[in-house]
Design a protein. Structure first.
Length: 231
């Protein structure tokens, strides 16, 4: 498994997808077995600032590019009876505060790929789709911005996470929940007691550590309850 990881890890994210998108098979004479979609654009951990353009750009990176790469890779994946692995987040199932743009893009992935999976099954397209619902992973990315706002949450190791992502794709699971204890617990609570889960999520955020940023030039968030804010 060590060698497999060495081969696959550098390919995770844009690298593999761009190879698939640009080569039209020529650079992949042996075909393509697994498409792992795992890249995101930068967003902020803060109150929604009213910047619609940021959300449009984030959707382009976090969602539309996943769709485009899937379309490009699909002929090769049908050939190999391969796997599509979509890396998402608990923010795409049970959102917390201060991540509205990010959370929106992750929900979009669930909607698109879970619908597409139905179609594959109906049409006997033997390409599996695995949606990875990840909790807080020790990638170091949250350190600068988000971690100050989170309490009591220990990150899970990225190495084990990467292995679980590959394994769940190879086993053709519909979803990976990692780390299983926390993520399964949250999803169970979401079904049984969503209000309680929301309270629990907010209690894990240190709101005082999140400073409301000044709104970007020319835009503002209408106050809650104002005309036009409740569409
Ligand atoms: C789908 O593909 C997998 C991997 O090649 C194979 O093990 C499985 O038998 C296939 N299922 C069907 C229904 O053909
Ligand atoms: C932040 O990064 C440092 C070193 O990179 C690490 O020791 C520390 O545990 C990290 N903190 C969090 C909250 O992830």
């Amino acid at each position: 498994m060590g060698l497999l990881l060495k081969v696959i890890l550098p390919l995770m994210g844009l690298g593999l997808a761009m190879l698939a998108a640009t080569s039209k098979g020529a650079l992949l004479p042996g075909g393509l077995d697994m498409l792992i979609l795992n890249h995101i654009g930068h967003s902020y951990f803060n109150y929604f600032d009213g910047d619609v353009d940021h959300i449009r750009k984030l959707l382009e990176t976090n969602f539309l590019s996943y769709v485009a790469m899937t379309v490009t890779a699909l002929p090769m994946l049908k050939e190999s009876e391969g796997n599509i692995v979509v890396v998402s987040s608990v923010a795409g199932k049970a959102p917390g505060p201060f991540a509205a743009p990010y959370s929106a893009t992750k929900f979009a992935l669930d909607g698109f790929f879970s619908s597409l999976r139905h179609e594959f099954i109906i049409e006997n397209v033997n390409v599996s789709i695995t949606l990875c619902i990840l909790g807080y992973i020790d990638t170091g990315k949250l350190n600068a911005t988000g971690a100050r706002g989170l309490r009591r949450v220990a990150p899970s190791p990225k190495e084990e996470c990467a292995l679980e992502i590959i394994r769940s794709g190879a086993l053709r699971q519909h979803e990976l929940h990692y780390p299983p204890g926390i993520v399964n617990g949250m999803l169970l609570l979401r079904g049984l007691a969503p209000g309680f889960l929301d309270t629990l999520i907010r209690s894990n955020i240190v709101v005082e550590n999140v400073q409301r940023a000044p709104p970007p030039h020319g835009t503002r968030v209408p106050p809650a309850g104002s005309p036009g804010s409740g569409r």
